[in-house]
Design a protein around this ligand. Structure first.
Ligand code: PLP
Length: 364
């Protein structure tokens, strides 16, 4: 036996993670470039100070105050409203995904997604001993409903994971596609629509939250990491049928959300209008970036998110490196030949454009 005595299937696996490099312009993890205001930081600090006085006690396991605030926040995106009993939160939407697979995946069960898709999903499937099956999206990165239907009929998945807007392509799903998948899967499984980038969707794109009353097997996940400019907070959440929240209570760690996290998230939520004020700025910058990349003769995926996938390059690693050499970190991800850039401030995007032009000249 070699030390440490690790499970066989975990041997030799590199821990997942985007490079965290100390460079002037970081456009690689879809963070919001605009941090919280002084007033927001002060409110978070005051809330944490208050929580600190009670740290001898375990936190509210049901995090009711926070769930109530999240339900109110989500209710702006659906005419049907969202109730506190439909909301569940955890340390990032990544923990939400893990909890969903702990409860609804597992040995003998199957999770399905459609590639290109979020690269973390297969890891949660592995960690929960859930069989992982990846279908394909079509050439435009949309969902080919006939192919999806065939895959679901063949595999009978217990969990279907659909990022919308999709990471790494930025593609949002049509409500009709989500409805079709919910009906197809039926009561045998869950359809999880990961709306980590939901707030960045373009005008006229509806949130899957609107479909919740029609489908009790639908789960919509959100996060405070992206539009909400609080990636460091680690707060993700879902909206679903209350029975699904009850099932998660069985697998969650006791007191999984610390008093400090709950207090900080609640205080930050009080600043929602200000934190979200930058969303329109970022959407405009995104649309301008798409246009500019197309004007360079590149292929660019339509984006409803705060990042853009573009290509294709014969040697994308060389382009990524040449851009990095100029102080701009983007992401080498997605299908072969494509690169992804997160939307930053106008100054950062100027740096990106200059670096990319120089890198492309170098490669020509
Ligand atoms: C960034 C991202 C998340 C957010 O994860 P957190 O754990 O909430 O920070 C979730 N899903 C997708 C597809 C993402 O790209």
């Amino acid at each position: 036996m070699t030390f440490p005595p690790l499970r066989d299937e975990l041997r030799g696996i590199e821990p997942y993670g985007a490079p965290q490099l100390d460079v002037p312009v970081c456009l690689n993890t879809n963070e919001n470039p605009y941090g919280p205001s002084e007033a927001c930081a002060d409110d978070v600090a005051a809330a944490v100070r208050e929580a600190a006085a009670g740290l001898n006690r375990y936190p509210d396991r049901e995090h009711v105050a926070l769930r109530t605030a999240l339900a109110d926040y989500l209710s702006r995106d659906t005419p049907h409203g969202i109730g506190v009993e439909q909301v569940w939160a955890a340390n990032g939407s990544n923990e939400i995904m893990l909890q969903l697979l702990q409860a609804f995946g597992g040995p003998g069960r199957t999770a399905v997604s459609f590639a290109p898709t979020y690269s973390m999903y297969p890891e949660y499937a592995r960690d929960t001993h859930t069989r992982w099956v990846a279908g394909r999206r079509d050439a435009d990165f949309g969902l080919d409903l006939d192919a999806a239907r065939a895959l679901i009929e063949a595999e009978r998945p217990h969990v279907v994971l659909l990022p919308s807007p999709n990471n790494p392509t930025g593609t949002a799903l049509e409500p009709a596609a989500i409805t079709a998948l919910c009906e197809l899967v039926g009561d045998d499984g869950l359809v999880v629509v990961d709306e980590a980038y939901g707030e960045f969707r373009r005008e006229g794109t509806t949130s899957a939250l609107e479909l919740l009353p029609a489908h009790r097997n639908l789960v919509v996940t959100r996060t405070m990491s992206k539009a909400f400019a609080a990636a460091g907070l680690r707060l993700g959440y879902l909206a679903a049928d209350p029975a699904i929240c009850d099932a998660i209570r069985v697998v969650r760690l006791p007191y999984h959300l610390s008093s400090v996290t709950q207090a900080a998230a609640l205080a930050a939520l009080g600043h929602a209008p200000e934190l979200l004020g930058y969303v329109d700025t970022l959407r405009a910058e995104r649309d301008a970036t798409v246009e500019w990349l197309r004007a360079q003769g590149l292929q660019v995926a339509d984006s409803d998110a705060n990042f853009v996938l573009f290509g294709t390059f014969a040697d994308r690693h060389a382009v990524w490196q040449a851009v990095l050499d100029r102080g701009v970190l983007i992401r080498e991800t997605g299908p072969d030949g494509w690169l992804r850039v997160s939307i930053g401030t106008p100054e950062e995007m100027t740096e990106f454009r200059d670096a990319l032009v120089a890198a492309m000249k170098e490669q020509a």
